[in-house]
Ligand binder design. Structure first.
Ligand SMILES: CCCCCCCCC/C=C/C(=O)SCCNC(=O)CCNC(=O)[C@H](O)C(C)(C)COP(=O)(O)OP(=O)(O)OC[C@H]1O[C@@H](n2cnc3c(N)ncnc32)[C@H](O)[C@@H]1OP(=O)(O)O
Ligand SMILES: NC(=O)C1=CN([C@@H]2O[C@H](COP(=O)(O)OP(=O)(O)OC[C@H]3O[C@@H](n4cnc5c(N)ncnc54)[C@H](OP(=O)(O)O)[C@@H]3O)[C@@H](O)[C@H]2O)C=CC1
Length: 267
């Protein structure tokens, strides 16, 4: 009989942007599975309590450290990598989760506005992947999971900067899967549909109290934990034959951009 291996126990994972939302759920899920996690956000006041909560939790076997790091700044990413190695000895998994956007028509996005979103989503992924990847290449390989979006796969109005940066992440994932296979590094990607997070609540004003449970199969907005579980799969040996892939997680399959449908902007 085949014994499946979804185990992440004993691994060390960096999760960027983990003070709330999807990143926080990923950190909690990996730690519950026994992984040690190094989590970051721009503010120690916000990310520190998440690490404390993980370290205090009875059901999380893994340990957590919090690092203040703006992933748009390469020198700060280097410190995140160095502190992770100093604390846990190695980096097995990198989850490039930190990201964000504002919604605006293309003609109203200034040069700095465009640069900000590309830096936040794409260039931050480059910094983290190059610097953590160096540790992985010098060691015994590793696993990288990038966060794209259905907006990186399909067009949506007001999302030109975000969509372009998230589409680029998909192609970067595919390219690195080819380039770094010889180093024992797997690189995959998750493309979520609309997920209820504090960031989305802030951007779109969606009420988090009205969420149907995860078991519901109707048209609905997703839970952060439903993305975290996909990431945990990709971070485990069960995904050993997956490299360069993008897994879409958007609930009931529909053609086109599910987000605008979720928001009632399309049938
Ligand atoms: C069909 C429907 C589907 C709708 C589909 C909806 C999809 C939702 C999917 C969700 C995806 C997510 O990532 S959810 C998570 C999203 N949540 C967040 O991103 C919340 C956090 N947001 C932020 O921190 C900010 O919004 C963000 C801009 C990203 C970073 O802020 P910063 O302080 O670094 O930057 P700022 O200095 O404020 O701004 C930098 C430049 O950007 C410009 N800028 C900032 N906000 C702007 C705005 N609303 N409109 C125009 N321009 C803007 C500023 O004017 C500046 O340019 P100049 O004036 O020229 O200097
Ligand atoms: N929610 C959704 O519907 C979807 C989300 N995604 C993607 O999933 C990821 C997470 O989204 P979501 O959880 O909704 O986002 P949130 O806005 O809820 O959380 C974003 C997290 O990233 C951190 N962060 C933001 N900027 C930086 C930075 N420069 N450096 C370090 N940390 C940063 C924030 O912490 P702090 O403010 O403390 O710095 C926070 O912890 C993003 O890449 C997003 O694009 C993709 C598709 C859909």
């Amino acid at each position: 009989m085949h014994d499946s291996d979804f185990d992440v126990a004993g691994r060390t994972a960096i999760v960027t942007g983990a003070s709330q939302g999807i990143g926080r759920a990923i950190a909690e899920t990996l730690a519950t599975g026994g992984a040690n996690v190094a989590i970051c956000s721009r503010s120690m006041d916000r990310v520190g309590p998440v690490a404390e909560e993980i370290n205090d939790a009875d059901d999380a076997d893994g340990q957590a450290i919090a690092v203040e790091c703006n992933v748009r700044e390469r020198d700060q990413v280097q410190r995140l990598v160095d502190e992770t190695v100093a604390e846990f000895g190695d980096i097995d998994v990198l989850v490039n989760n930190a990201g964000g956007e504002f919604v605006a028509p293309f003609e109203e996005i200034s040069a700095n506005g465009w640069q900000t979103i590309v830096d936040l989503n794409l260039n931050s992924t480059v910094h983290c992947t190059q610097l953590a990847g160096e540790v992985m290449r010098e060691g015994s390989g590793g696993i990288i999971v990038n966060l794209s979006s259905v907006n990186g796969q399909h067009a949506a109005p007001g999302e030109s900067h975000y969509g372009a940066s998230k589409a680029a992440i998909i192609r970067l994932t595919e390219t690195l899967a080819v380039e770094w296979a010889e180093h024992g590094i797997r690189v995959n990607c998750v493309a979520p549909g609309l997920i209820q997070t504090p960031g989305v609540a802030e951007t779109l004003g969606i009420d988090s109290e009205a969420m149907p449970p995860r078991e519901a199969t109707d048209r609905r907005i997703g839970h952060a934990e439903e993305i975290a579980d996909v990431v945990r799969f990709l971070a485990s040996p069960a995904a050993s034959f997956m490299n360069g892939e993008t897994i879409t997680a958007k609930g009931v399959p529909r053609a086109g951009n599910s987000m605008s449908q979720d928001l009632g902007l399309e049938d």
